[in-house]
Ligand binder design. Structure first.
Ligand code: PGA
Length: 249
């Protein structure tokens, strides 16, 4: 495929700093300089400082898994986007379904986070996706539309944006969406952007949900799939790089 594919690894709450460093060393040795340009790692915040050195040797980018919508203040336990930036982070997930599900994060919070990240010149990776119930009751597109409409309601013109479509029922379940389902939704998201947020119409749209080396090639050939947000399979260098290699091979 001609377009550059993105392979983003979301480690969630896995790995300690020593394990993270071992992974980064192995990854930087195993990937080519060209492959490195496609990779972004989203480690737990506590591991970020241990990763910057080894990843920088290959220019592999680093992302935060979450941030608060204020740059600093009395928000016990939260991560500051400004501090993430000062540590060399270039991207940050916003609204991962686990944040929405377990921490009651709302679309309004997403909007504020997108605005802060963009104003700091960090790349927000806005995650959207429907639950199984929503899909089965035929509400998928309304849910996505609301997540986009509210989530991007405070976006800053002229700044970057990535989106990740992650059907909640496909995350960590081994149940990958079918190529037809992925194609339909990515096309829908692209059309929504063109119509409602033309400044972001060319933004990369990643697919996430049980992506593995075995299914990456088929998914990567779908129009408007610009890369992947990988959870479980990003925890091992072989499967993480395997996804990238299968996608472009
Ligand atoms: P998974 O997770 O690849 O383990 O399904 C994806 C994600 O939650 O970003």
């Amino acid at each position: 495929m001609s377009r550059a594919l993105i392979c983003a690894g979301n480690w969630k709450m896995n790995k300690n700093p020593a394990e993270a460093m071992a992974f980064a060393d192995e990854l930087s040795k195993a990937c080519t300089a060209d492959e490195a340009k496609s990779l972004v790692l989203f480690p737990p915040a506590l591991c970020i400082s241990s990763l910057t050195g080894s990843l920088a040797t290959k220019s592999i980018r680093l992302g935060g898994q979450n941030c608060h919508w204020q740059p600093s203040g009395a928000y016990t336990g939260e991560n500051s986007a400004e501090v993430l930036k000062s540590m060399g982070v270039t991207h940050c997930l916003v609204g991962h379904s686990e944040r929405r599900q377990y921490f009651s994060e709302t679309n309004e919070m997403m909007a504020r986070k997108v605005k802060l990240l963009q104003s700091l010149d960090l790349m927000p990776v806005l995650c959207i996706g429907e639950t199984l119930e929503e899909r089965e009751s035929g509400e998928t597109k309304q849910v996505l539309e609301r997540q986009l409409h509210v989530g991007l309601s405070e976006s800053v013109d002229g700044k970057g944006l990535w989106l990740a479509y992650e059907p909640v029922w496909a995350i960590g379940t081994g149940k990958v969406a079918t190529p037809e389902q992925v194609a339909e939704i990515h096309l829908f998201i692209r059309a929504w952007l063109k119509q409602n947020k033309p400044e972001f119409a060319a933004s990369p749209i990643l697919y996430g949900g049980s992506v593995k080396p075995e299914n990456a090639k088929g998914l990567a050939s779908i129009q408007d799939v610009d890369g992947f947000l990988v959870g479980g399979a990003s925890l091992e260098v072989s499967s993480f790089l395997g996804i990238l290699r299968a996608s472009v091979g």
